[in-house]
Structure formats: structure tokens, C-alpha cells
Design a protein around this ligand. Structure first.
Ligand code: NAD
Ligand code: IPM
Ligand code: MN
Length: 374
């Protein structure tokens, strides 16, 4: 029987609970379709960091690379200040494995109310195509008093950078900076992905989020390279450039007007949470961090520490992320069966707490698994 080795990072907060249900459902689908998933679990996250003083041991990257795909819960914990875990683990993995496409579908479900009413019989069906390696996520920055003098070194799949930023401030005056950066090949490859996804969906238009009016160096370059790539390689598609503030205004007013939304890293993060709300909730929003090597699947949401251990976490986003993972493994039938089972569960009387019901996290997983059919 074919076996797929999956590396798993349950992570923090509700991560382990929702990943447990995703594994349960994916295993049940594998049984039905005659293959096996072998899970190799790693303990990284807040607990490991607090115990060992280290987010990710260097050798771990090679161990994680053993898998055919990776499944992640979420990282982030109130005992650790914002940054070290998110940057040192989640972003480090996206960058190390050059997972340059963050695919974030936003799909509403019949029977799940949306905050903006949709016409009868219509589903919101949009997808954020988020550049996942650059922009203000470069991790290049620093702070200082009197002067900012900072070595800048980083490595991506496409390049290595090294240099230095040196700025004089007034004596004793304190300041901080973060460098946003975009490179032509990175913008071109994500535009190319967005074009291919739009074409496969039969779209006529791609929405390109930007903010070149306020930050012309960075987002002007984003507009230029993405529109050159799209017009050259996808002349059949209209590239509709829009400032991200206007996009956030228009999305809730006319959510059905949008299909593929191409975003730089930072705006993609924000727009995907907004779209998840419009589609019914963060607990339904799945995502994939996809590259040419190891890809990693995870819910859009975070570790929701306040919900951990209460049974109130909605595991459907993690379950739907495992469906994206199954599709990536070439298990289209199993992926589709998981998505159909979620759809059927949401049309049954059962509901997770997030959607106004009383099904604890494990009960949601059990019911979805029981609704799987070949
Ligand atoms: P969050 O996504 O964890 O929570 C936002 C809101 O949505 C909260 O009200 C939460 O209770 C709710 N929510 C999220 N997931 C839910 C689910 N499955 N079921 C029901 N309700 C759910 O965002 P946050 O509060 O900004 O972040 C909490 C921590 O998670 C922080 O440390 C943050 O850095 C981290 N984070 C990690 C990831 C990741 O690992 N991919 C993503 C986002 C945030
Ligand atoms: C996400 C998260 C991460 C991001 C954080 C935790 C670094 O919000 O995956 O959406 O900003 O990409
Ligand atoms: Mn986010």
C-alpha cells in the first residue's frame, strides 16, 4: 500500500487540537481510498522554546524535509512576546523551503451564515494568492538610539543579501525600522501562479492589491512587474489593480465580484482574514504554503490561546487544510471526499461553537470522518 510521510507541527494553543482532528479525518479518507499516511510529529512551539531556549534546532530543518508534505497547527503563545515563534518557526519554514505561494481559498458554505448576506444559491468563492517570501516580511530591520547601524543579511531561495544600514539620528533619539523588499523574479513567479490559477478557474479578471500611492518604491515595483508578467503571459486576463484600502472597503460590499486576488505578503495576510470573515469564519479558512520543494498546509487562523482546552475551537479549517494537502499529494479523490464531508456536516444539525453550535472540537472531527464516502 502506498504510504505518504507527513511531518506534523501541532504547535501552540488550539494547534494540537485542530491538527488532531485533521489527522483523524485525513487518515479515515486514506483508509477509504487505499493508501496510508505516516505522521512524523515534532514538538516545536512555545513549550519547546521555553524549555530549550531555542525555537528550531538547525538539524530540525533536515528532519522536517523528510516528509512529502507538512501539516502545521499554529504557533504563538502569550508566554512569549510576539515575534520569536512566528518568525523563528513559521516564517523560517516558509522561507527555508521557499514556499513562495500562499494559497488561501475563501469559500462560503450553504447553511453557514455570512455577515454580508449573499443572494440565494450563491457561494462566495474567492482565493487569495499571496506572495509568501518578501515585502515587509523580510525580517530585515533594527532599532537604535543616536544612530541606526545594522548589518542586513538574509537568504531566500532566489538570492542572498548582505549589507548594512547606517543612519544618524539626533543624539539619544530612538528609532526603529523594517525594510520591505521585492525582487523581480519573486514578483514575476507569484504573478505567474496567480495567472495560472485564474485561468484554471475560468476567470476573466485578476484583482491585484497594491498601495503604490503611499509606498511607490515597493508597491510601484510590485505593480510594474506583476502587470508586465500578466500582460505578457496571460493576455486573456484583465489585471485590475486596486489600492488595498479600497479593496477592503469594496470586498464586504460586493464579495461576489472577486475571484483571484493577488497580494503582496503583508496585504495578503490581512485580506485573507477579512475574506475568511465574509465566508463564514476563520475556523473554515484553509491554506497552503506551496513551493517547488516541501509544501506546508495550515489553517489561516492562529493559536487562539483563549480557546485552547475549552473544546470550542473549530477544527474545520485544519481539516480543509488537510484536504489541500491530500490534493497536493495527488490524492484528488480523497481531498474531494474530505471537502464533501465538511459540506455535508455543515448541512447537518451539528455545528462547532464558532458557528453557534455545541459540538466540541473532537465531535466535529468524528462527525466529518463519519460522513466520508468514496
Ligand atoms: P487568531 O487567529 O489566533 O485568533 C483571532 C480570533 O479568531 C480570536 O477571536 C480567536 O478566538 C478566533 N479563532 C481563531 N481560530 C479559531 C478557530 N479555529 N475556531 C474558533 N475561533 C477561532 O489570531 P490572533 O489572536 O491574532 O493570534 C493568536 C496567536 O496566534 C498569536 O501569537 C499570533 O502571532 C499567532 N498566529 C499564528 C498563526 C500561524 O501559526 N499560522 C496565524 C495567525 C496568528
Ligand atoms: C498567518 C499569520 C502569520 C503571517 C504570522 C503569525 C507571522 O498571521 O499565517 O496568516 O503573518 O503570515
Ligand atoms: Mn494572518
Amino acid at each position: 500500500m502506498t504510504q505518504h510521510l507527513i511531518t506534523v507541527l501541532p504547535g501552540d494553543g488550539i494547534g494540537p487540537e485542530v491538527v488532531g482532528e485533521a489527522r483523524k479525518v485525513a487518515d479515515a479518507a486514506a483508509r477509504i481510498f487505499g493508501f496510508q499516511l505516516k505522521w512524523l510529529e515534532f514538538p516545536f512551539g512555545a513549550g519547546y522554546y521555553l524549555e530549550h531556549g531555542l525555537v528550531l534546532p538547525p538539524a530540525a530543518l533536515d528532519d522536517l524535509a523528510e516528509g512529502e508534505a507538512m501539516l502545521l497547527g499554529a504557533v504563538g503563545d502569550p508566554r512569549v512576546p510576539p515575534g520569536p515563534l512566528e518568525q523563528g518557526l513559521l516564517l523560517a519554514l516558509r522561507f527555508h523551503f521557499d514556499q513562495y505561494l500562499n494559497l488561501r481559498p475563501a469559500l462560503s458554505f450553504p447553511g453557514v451564515p455570512t455577515p454580508v448576506a449573499l443572494p440565494d444559491g450563491y457561494r462566495l468563492d474567492a482565493v487569495v494568492v499571496r506572495e509568501n517570501t518578501e515585502d515587509f516580511y523580510m525580517g530585515l530591520g533594527g532599532r537604535g538610539a543616536g544612530r541606526l547601524d545594522q548589518p542586513l543579511e538574509t537568504r531566500r531561495g532566489l538570492y542572498e543579501l548582505s549589507g548594512r544600514l547606517n543612519l544618524e539620528l539626533k543624539p539619544g533619539e530612538e528609532a526603529a525600522f523594517s525594510l520591505g523588499l521585492m525582487s523581480r523574479p519573486a514578483v514575476a513567479r507569484i504573478a505567474r501562479k496567480a495567472g495560472a490559477i485564474a485561468r484554471a478557474r475560468g476567470e476573466k479578471k485578476i484583482t491585484v492589491a497594491s498601495k503604490a500611492n503611499a509606498v511607490p518604491h515597493l508597491y510601484g515595483f510590485w505593480d510594474e512587474v506583476s502587470s508586465q508578467t500578466l500582460s505578457r503571459e496571460f493576455p486573456d486576463l484583465e489585471a485590475a489593480r486596486i489600492n488595498v484600502d479600497a479593496l477592503c472597503y469594496l470586498l464586504p460590499r460586493q464579495p461576489l465580484d472577486y475571484g483571484v486576488i493577488l497580494c503582496p505578503n503583508l496585504f495578503g495576510d490581512i485580506v485573507s482574514d477579512l475574506l475568511s470573515a465574509l465566508a463564514g469564519g476563520l475556523g473554515l479558512a484553509a491554506s497552503g504554503n506551496i513551493g517547488d520543494g516541501l509544501s506546508m498546509f495550515e489553517p489561516v487562523h492562529g493559536s487562539a490561546p483563549g480557546l485552547a482546552g475549552t473544546g470550542r475551537a473549530n477544527p474545520l479549517a485544519a481539516i480543509l487544510s488537510s484536504a489541500l494537502m491530500l490534493r497536493h499529494l495527488g490524492r484528488e479523490e480523497a481531498a474531494w471526499a474530505v471537502e464533501r464531508a465538511v459540506l455535508n456536516y455543515l448541512q447537518s444539525p451539528g455545528r462547532p461553537f464558532e458557528l453557534g453550535g455545541r459540538d466540541p472540537v473532537q465531535a466535529v472531527g468524528d462527525q466529518v470522518a463519519s460522513l466520508l464516502h468514496p
